[in-house]
Design a protein around this ligand. Structure first.
Ligand code: CDV
Length: 307
């Protein structure tokens, strides 16, 4: 048996602060057109794919912050992505900053969606693990203010029936946490899409800068193998407003092997024909959860954090 699915990571090179959403969407459409020529059925774009990575700046005025957020999806500027999905019969995963009004409250999330081949949103995820800090820190060469601009996601790690399988999502820093993959694995995810913006320079431990690409691959390959799932990791890469971001967008099979990878730090398509049935190679064997997991020994994992 096989369940083939043609997938692609649509790596984006840097997005300048003054670049408009319309300009970025045009870049995404170009990658979709290229993917269509290869018969791609599902394409993944990076985290916060519609603008520059704005948490690197400190803003006090809420209007300045909100200008990076989407109040509707699709919007006038993003509708063409949904139209392309329908035209090409190609679903997509897209990261964006989401502003939601709930009565008198306004909420901000770092969000991704899955859109199916008919152009309908069939899944939503809001980033759970928010790295960085919430106040201006003058010692840093650049800020990382995700904890100022977003609240932690409230949707959990769900899976979605689409593209003939079970799809999962997470976002950037989530990929470093084994719990992310295990919860998705326990919910039978067969393909997990992960967009990221990862600076080469890690100000808290600069001695680890040379390990950024290694850690990126290490966590995603381990997540794929230990849960028997396909992974599409997709970067916003290159020198963005003076900040170097890693690339390395890749497709990983359920044995943990990288089967396709980006070669540049620019807009680039990474393509592979996956077989979702290959998840069984792992899930029916070494990581047969039903047979071999011992959850009664794992209780500290779900206990509340120590105060
Ligand atoms: N966008 C991110 O979540 N970036 C973090 C950096 C700050 C470490 C990451 O885990 O890649």
């Amino acid at each position: 048996m096989s369940r083939p699915l043609k997938i692609a990571a649509a790596q984006l090179g840097p997005i300048a602060r003054e670049e408009t959403r319309t300009e970025v969407v045009a870049r995404c459409l170009k990658l979709m057109e290229e993917a269509h020529a290869l018969g791609v059925e599902l394409i993944a774009f990076p985290e916060l794919a519609l603008t520059t990575f704005f948490p690197r700046w400190y803003f006090e005025d809420q209007a300045d912050i909100d200008s990076f957020f989407e109040t509707e999806m699709p919007s006038a500027e993003t509708q063409s992505l949904f139209d392309a999905a329908k035209k090409y019969q190609m679903g997509f995963y897209l990261g964006y900053a989401e502003l939601v009004k709930e009565g008198d409250t306004t909420r901000h999330f770092n969000t991704t969606i899955i859109v199916d081949k008919t152009g309908e949103i069939v899944g939503k995820y809001r980033k759970v693990h928010l790295p960085g800090h919430s106040e201006y820190e003058d010692w840093r060469p650049f800020q990382h203010l995700e904890r100022r601009y977003f609240e932690s996601g409230d949707l959990g790690f769900q899976t979605f029936d689409a593209f003939g399988g079970k799809m999962g999502m997470c976002i950037c820093n989530d990929r470093r946490w084994p719990e992310t993959y295990r919860v998705l694995g326990l919910r039978d995810a067969e393909l997990v899409m992960i967009g990221y913006n990862t600076p080469v320079h890690y100000p808290q431990a600069p001695e680890h800068d040379h390990l950024q690409d290694f850690h990126n691959e290490l966590v995603m390959q381990a997540g794929a193998y230990q849960n028997g799932m396909w992974i599409v990791g997709v970067a916003k890469a290159g020198k963005e407003e003076g900040c170097d971001l890693i690339g390395g967008s890749c497709i990983i099979d359920p044995t943990g092997q990288i089967v396709a990878q980006a070669k540049t730090l620019e807009d680039e398509l990474v393509f592979f024909e996956a077989d979702l049935d290959r998840c069984d190679e792992i899930r029916k064997n070494v990581f047969n959860f039903q047979r071999y997991r011992e959850p009664e020994n794992y209780t500290p994992i779900t206990e509340p954090k120590k105060s």
